[in-house]
Design a protein around this ligand. Sequence first.
Ligand code: ZN
Length: 89
Amino acid sequence: MQALSEKGTALLAKFKKFQKLSLVLYALAAMAFVFAGNILLTIIIVALDIFLEIKLYRCPHCGKGLDCRRRVNEDTVCPKCEKYIFRGL
Ligand SMILES: [Zn+2]
C-alpha cells in the first residue's frame, strides 16, 4: 500500500481529532444533564456535536456523511462510493 498524501494524512488527523472532540462533547452533555439538570444546555451541546459531524465528517469523494462512531484508519472505505476515504486526494 502506498503512503497517504499530505492531504489524506491531514484529513485522517482531522477525523480522529473530531472523534475525540465528539466524545468530549457527549461527556459534557451527559454531565450537563446529570449534574446540572440543564436540559437546554444538554440539547445545545448535542446539537453542536451533530452540526459539526454533518459539516466536517464527510467523504471527500462523494460528500456522504460518515458515522463518526466508526473507527477510521488509512484504509477506511466510504460506504457509498466505496473509495478509500483518505486516498487519492
Ligand atoms: Zn464516498
